[in-house]
Design a protein around this ligand. Structure first.
Ligand code: GAF
Length: 384
């Protein structure tokens, strides 16, 4: 939905024009999965799908929230009653951001918010981070807080971890806040240093397809947190701050020191090899050998499937079918347990690959996947 339409709907709901309209995108992660809570490397880029928010300040301590995408009317909350764990609805994302800003000492006096998002929910494409970041950017601008993008991302992560209760890392919020059009974002999640990597697949006759399996996932469930706890246990057993500190050429020695901790060994192996895959991807892109990242993506999927164990039959079917029909590489993307996969392919192969995926899903009696091309798009911005 366009900025003007969102502003008009705001005006209908709240009786006055909004002070401004902002947008924040969803993301797809090219490589670097389940590394962000291990101080590791990630490489997401922003999608053209965005959450758009029309927002005005209030001065009576009320937060009023409305979404074009959800049932129900305007939800009214008191700022001083916002507390972690009290909200299990979609409103927890924008309300959590208000809570996190206030907890960090920023004086907010209330707001009216109308949201509309084109980021598919539960598809592993960061629809929740988009809601958080668009809210944070709007309040940052309206209240003149002048916080840098990385700091807004941190506050949004705090909203997600503490207010919503999902123990996620920093990748999604940083991607939504900091990505640039035509680029992938190389992010070191230890110090949040960033590099924008030019990523123009179309110019090379390539495409990256996103295949949404329509299997819904949620990270506030136990499996994501269990993987995270297992990684932390691995770091503690190996005497390091985070698994990032295990170098790739020290992996065998580290695994040897983990004795019969089989599950932890698998988690450690994934994280250490995945960080290495991000570095290999960067090196290949820098040398102009873009097609050669395909097998690296596929290796990442095998590691997520067999070692980290966060794939599912639908995601595996996407990867197997794509590779059998000539894709250069394919992997699940995002947290897993459903959601989406990415497929790197020659542009000319897109129609036959899409058909093969649809047929494979029909034959397996799975819900038809949603397939679209991922175009590296802009990060969050003010629209009006
Ligand atoms: C989800 C989380 F929100 C991210 O922080 C990240 O851990 C990802 O899963 C896995 O790489 O998107």
């Amino acid at each position: 939905m366009g900025a003007q339409q969102v502003a008009e709907r705001f005006t209908e709901l709240y009786g006055a024009r909004p002070e401004g309209v902002w947008a924040a995108p969803g993301r797809v992660n090219l490589i670097g999965e389940h590394t962000d809570y291990n101080d590791g490397f990630v490489m997401p880029f922003a999608l053209p799908h965005q959450a758009v928010a029309a927002v005005s300040r209030r001065d009576d301590g009320l937060l009023r929230l409305h979404s074009a995408d959800m049932e129900g009317g305007v939800v009214e909350l008191r700022l001083d009653a916002l507390a972690p764990g009290t909200d299990t609805a979609w409103t927890a994302y924008p309300a959590g951001v208000v809570w996190a800003l206030r907890e960090a000492g920023h004086e907010l006096t209330g707001a009216d918010v109308h949201l509309s998002s084109t980021v598919p929910a539960g598809a592993g494409l960061s629809s929740s981070a988009a809601l958080e970041v668009v809210t944070a950017l709007a309040l940052n601008d309206l209240h003149g807080l002048d916080l840098p993008r990385w700091r807004l991302a941190r506050l949004c992560q705090r909203a997600e971890n503490v207010y919503v209760g999902a123990p996620t890392g920093i990748m999604d919020q940083t991607a939504s806040a900091c990505c640039e059009q035509g680029h992938a974002l190389f992010l070191d999640t230890r110090d949040l240093s960033q590099r924008q990597i030019p990523f123009d697949l179309a110019a090379e006759g390539l495409r990256l397809l996103v295949v949404d399996t329509q299997v819904k996932h949620a990270h506030s469930g136990g499996e994501y947190g269990r993987r995270r706890a297992g990684c932390e246990k691995g770091a503690a057993l190996l005497g390091v701050d985070a698994l990032r500190d295990i170098p790739y050429d020290g992996l065998d020695a580290a695994l040897g020191r983990l004795g019969d901790e089989e599950e932890v060994r698998r988690l450690v192996r994934h994280v250490v090899t995945e960080n290495h895959r991000v570095e290999r991807t960067i090196a290949l892109l820098r040398s102009g050998d873009t097609r050669a990242i395909g097998p690296v993506l596929t290796e990442g999927h095998v590691s997520l499937r067999d070692d980290f164990r966060v794939s599912c039959p639908e995601l595996d079917l996407v990867v197997d079918t794509a590779l059998a029909h000539g894709a250069l590489g394919a992997r699940m993307t995002g947290g897993g347990f459903g959601g989406s996969a990415v497929v790197l392919t020659e542009s000319a192969e897109v129609p036959s690959l899409t058909k093969a995926l649809e047929e494979a899903f029909t034959a397996a009696e799975f819900t038809s996947p949603r397939v679209f091309e991922a175009v590296p798009s802009a990060g969050a911005s003010r629209l009006l």
